[in-house]
Design a protein around this ligand. Sequence first.
Ligand code: GSH
Length: 235
Amino acid sequence: MITLTIFPEAFGEPSASPFCMKAWCMLHAAGLPFELNVTPDPRKAPKGKFPIIELDGVAIADSEQIRTHIEAISGRDFDEGLSARERAVSQSLIRMVEEHVYFAILMDRWGEDDNWAHVRRVFFSDFPWILRGMITRVARKQALQGLQGQGMGRHTAEERFDRARRDMMAIREILGDKPFLFGDQPTAADYSVVPMLRAAIVTPVTKPLGQFIKDDPALMAYVTRGTDRLYPTGV
Ligand SMILES: N[C@@H](CCC(=O)N[C@@H](CS)C(=O)NCC(=O)O)C(=O)O
């Protein structure tokens, strides 16, 4: 039996992490039996991040490796039916949302004081109250240092939004009037893009990126369709 370890629910999402949602939705879609392990503390995870899956004592970290593993053991190809060119576009889209848009959302959540008040309260509620102040200060400092290193933390809020907005327009262009990014059926990119767009719009204090998505009927219809189709629990 596979165990999928994820962060707890937050802001109405079954897991606070879009990467955890991706892995969860993929496991669900592949029809593999699995159980959930829900915990807020990733420090002992092999790469210090969630999601991870464990099978026969072997841990696999990172949603990309998890996808590869799911495809290997289930025989399911999440990009089935796509041409070589579509697979290349899919790969680029996945990188764009996971390695760029994600960090803009992280800045909106951890870098902006109004959202940080919610993140602090919701993400750290399981830690003993006596340690919570210290743990949250350290966690925020480390997160913001990481964002400086990655680069997103060096942009102004306006610059961040402008960068992410261009990514949203690229997604909308690729989507066109199709139900999913590459046609009538969801493919791998949808499993990354839908949870990432949801992460932007459920962030408690709506920031310009979340507002941009909410104001775009095509993107919102896609998020609703994707949620209905991919999310195991419904939201
Ligand atoms: N590339 C990884 C990214 C996973 C990731 O960034 N997870 C975040 C939550 S969204 C995490 O565990 N953060 C904890 C930390 O950095 O301490 C994947 O695709 O799984």
